[in-house]
Design a protein around this ligand. Structure first.
Ligand SMILES: C[S@@+](CC[C@H](N)C(=O)[O-])C[C@H]1O[C@@H](n2cnc3c(N)ncnc32)[C@H](O)[C@@H]1O
Length: 239
């Protein structure tokens, strides 16, 4: 079988790591679980033993067909996760394709869930968890930290996958933090990080508040909310 670059296909071959991932999800019988990209089903088979209500989403027809043959009755969706309508799950899991990791994170903003566990490229994990002031702090970190508490729990060497990829991986855990976002600053964060080296006052010309001499990489997610309320008071709820 040919693996597809488009679908970011490398496969976990270490069953112990798959077991660790599923155990970290702390599944209880009956919970609604979504698996993104089951591939040959190394995680799927372990999750199936937990008596949960599992749905898998896989766009590659070869793996979709393999999964429905192997697990009759499993709720399998032949589609891209990125094209799903947002829904509610207790838990979400996936060893996700590296090439669409950011898009998957952004899509998760619209899903309702308690806990998600993802295997991602190590550099991507470092960008996600980075705090203000860190060189890896980015648009992705700032906007994700508004909604999620994200922890890197384990590094996984590339040797645990086939074909062996050119990068190492990490397992991350994401919890919704349910913080109030009185003014959604996503567009402001995006614009600010597109001019990362400039001061806030030169990126947003009509800003004259306390953050004016800072640069985007110094601002916390909450600072971006304040910036949003200053620049767009009409968008700021509770002002
Ligand atoms: C890195 S592989 C992991 C496969 C398997 N879970 C494993 O651990 O061995 C990524 C999987 O996600 C699937 N995939 C690719 N794009 C996807 C998308 N947009 N939505 C859902 N799954 C996708 C691939 O076909 C592949 O099965």
């Amino acid at each position: 079988m040919k693996f597809s670059r488009k679908y970011g296909q490398v496969f976990l071959k270490n069953l112990n790591i798959a077991k660790i991932e599923v155990n970290l999800l702390n599944l209880s019988p009956g919970e609604r679980v979504l698996e993104i990209g089951p591939g040959h089903g190394i995680l799927t088979s372990i999750i199936m033993e937990k008596n949960v209500n599992l749905t898998v989403v896989e766009p590659d027809h070869r793996f979709y067909n393999e999964i429905i043959l192997r697990f009759p009755g499993l709720n399998a969706i032949k589609n891209s996760f990125l094209d799903l309508n947002p829904d509610a799950y207790d838990k979400i899991i996936g060893n996700i394709p590296y090439n669409i990791s950011s898009q998957i994170i952004f899509k998760l903003y619209d899903f309702d869930f308690k806990l998600a566990l993802l295997m991602v490229q190590r550099e991507f994990a470092e960008r996600l968890v980075a705090s203000p002031g860190n060189k890896n702090y980015s648009r992705l970190s700032a906007s994700s930290k508004l909604r999620f508490d994200i922890k890197k729990v384990m590094d996984v060497s590339r040797k645990n996958f086939y074909p062996v990829p050119e990068v190492d991986s990490s397992i991350i855990i994401i919890k919704k933090n349910n913080k109030k976002i009185p003014c959604n600053p996503d567009d402001i964060i995006k614009m600010a990080f597109s001019m990362k080296r400039k001061k806030i006052s030169s990126i947003f010309k009509n800003y004259d508040g306390p953050l004016k001499d800072k640069r985007p990489g110094d601002l916390s997610p909450e600072d971006f909310i304040d910036l949003c309320c200053y620049l767009f008071p009409e968008r700021c709820q509770g002002s």
